[in-house]
Design a binder for this molecule. Structure first.
Ligand SMILES: NC(=O)c1ccc[n+]([C@@H]2O[C@H](COP(=O)([O-])OP(=O)(O)OC[C@H]3O[C@@H](n4cnc5c(N)ncnc54)[C@H](O)[C@@H]3O)[C@@H](O)[C@H]2O)c1
Length: 387
């Protein structure tokens, strides 16, 4: 695994757990973790359960006792690490968004296609797909329970940078992150809504905004919980914010429906509010990550007397992924989506099948993000997403 902070910890927990919960045809062994600082990566290896710590990812890619590379770094290193790993015959799980640009994502797809020819698998880490309630929503749509999809309404709302003194961490720098709320949060929404509807976004009209254009330089800080520079302390050097703070866009879906999206880090009071509603001509469904074990479902074919949204507690053994966990009603949490991600990835490797989301699917997300940025630069002009 490369990178050992937020996603590094989440993925480690999943790697530690996956074979203890799921009965799989292969076993994951946590061989080595990479970070750039020797003391930090050594401490992380011991805390997270990796046998060894290294300071250069190239060392991992060369080793014969490593079959899988898990990329948990910021977007500016995804392409280089992933392409080198695939060329060395390693299966790759790469965090989202796949890359910082369409060009990089395209190069990663080319490497993945070549590697696939030699039985080497690749997957992008759109983890919300693996929340059981989201997987159930997809199943309901696929089974026709919602009918023809007319509307999708998707928001991903955070508020961790509303303080203008919050430091200029990598997520606020275009050369490191590619884009801001759009690529970080909007990418999840694009993947999730294309996943549950089984449809593609064919065109967009978008607007983006950077509300706070300069911030204190970050020092050691990198994550979402970095401390703001002390209010009133003068002389802390500042730098320019080079990404969007918020993005909104409308979209058309390949099945004829209309969709709206909002991704922001300025939704005061919303810590991690991901919510998606899908309306079809036979029913509707709502997923809200703050109620992760639930799916609201409205069945328009029921008698008028009984109509109304019902709350499905998605904890039955019949629900996706849940047979392996606890008895019905004993709820799961955020980290379980990563265990499910590893489950599907390990199974795909062991059975010689291609996991989803593939790099091609992730490239498709990247093309939507790119179309939103181009539209926003051109006064929200309608912009098609290349097939
Ligand atoms: N699936 C999700 O829900 C989800 C959530 C958060 C982040 N992410 C994605 O995960 C990735 C990492 O985000 P994060 O929040 O974990 O970031 P983070 O800042 O918490 O951690 C990044 C880690 O990468 C390391 N790193 C950076 N460059 C490196 C290099 N060249 N070699 C080795 N290590 C390097 C850093 O030292 C740090 O350990 C991003 O692509 C982000 O978009 C996904």
């Amino acid at each position: 695994m490369v990178g050992h902070a937020f996603m590094g910890a989440a993925h480690s927990q999943a790697w530690r757990t996956v074979n203890r919960v799921f009965d799989l045809p292969a076993r994951a062994t946590m061989v080595a973790v990479c970070g750039r600082d020797e003391a930090k990566v050594t401490a992380a290896a011991s805390r997270l359960g990796w046998a060894e710590a290294v300071t250069d990812w190239r060392e991992l890619v060369k080793r014969d006792d490593i079959d899988v590379i898990d990329v948990c770094t910021p977007g500016d290193s995804h392409a280089e690490i992933t392409i080198a790993a695939l060329e060395a015959g390693k299966h790759v799980l790469c965090e989202k968004p796949l890359a910082n640009s369409v060009e990089e994502a395209q190069a990663m797809v080319t490497a993945a296609v070549t590697a696939r020819g030699h039985g080497v698998r690749s997957m992008c880490g759109f983890s919300y797909r693996r929340v059981p309630a989201v997987a159930l929503l997809r199943r309901l749509v696929a089974d026709g329970r919602l009918g023809v999809i007319r509307h999708v309404r998707a928001v991903y709302l955070q508020d961790w940078i509303t303080d203008p003194e919050f430091p200029l961490v990598w997520r606020l720098q275009r050369d490191r992150a590619g884009s801001g709320a759009l690529g970080d949060l909007g990418a999840h929404l694009v993947d999730l809504t294309q996943f549950v509807t089984g449809q593609l976004i064919t065109g967009v009209s978008g607007s983006t905004e950077t509300f706070i254009t300069s911030r204190p330089l970050p020092g050691e800080a990198s994550g979402l919980s970095a401390a703001p520079a002390s209010a009133g302390v003068s002389g802390v050097p500042r730098g320019a914010v080079t990404v969007d703070d918020a993005a909104v866009f409308t979209a058309r879906l390949s099945g004829g429906g209309l969709a709206t999206y909002e991704a922001t880090r300025f939704a005061t009071g919303r810590r991690n509010g991901l919510k998606v509603e899908v309306n079809g001509d036979r029913g509707a469904a709502v997923f809200d990550v703050e109620r992760l074990n639930e799916l609201e479902f409205y069945d328009a074919t029921r008698p008028a007397l009984e109509q109304g949204f019902s709350r499905i507690l998605v904890t039955e053994a019949e629900h996706p992924y849940l047979a392996a966990w606890w008895p019905p009603g004993h709820v799961i949490g955020y980290e379980h989506s990563f265990t499910h991600e590893m489950r599907d990835f390990v199974e795909a490797i062991a059975t010689g099948t291609d996991p989803s989301p593939s790099f091609e699917e992730a490239l498709r997300v990247q093309r939507v993000l790119d179309a939103v940025e181009r539209s926003a630069r051109d006064d929200a002009t309608w912009t098609g997403v290349p097939a």
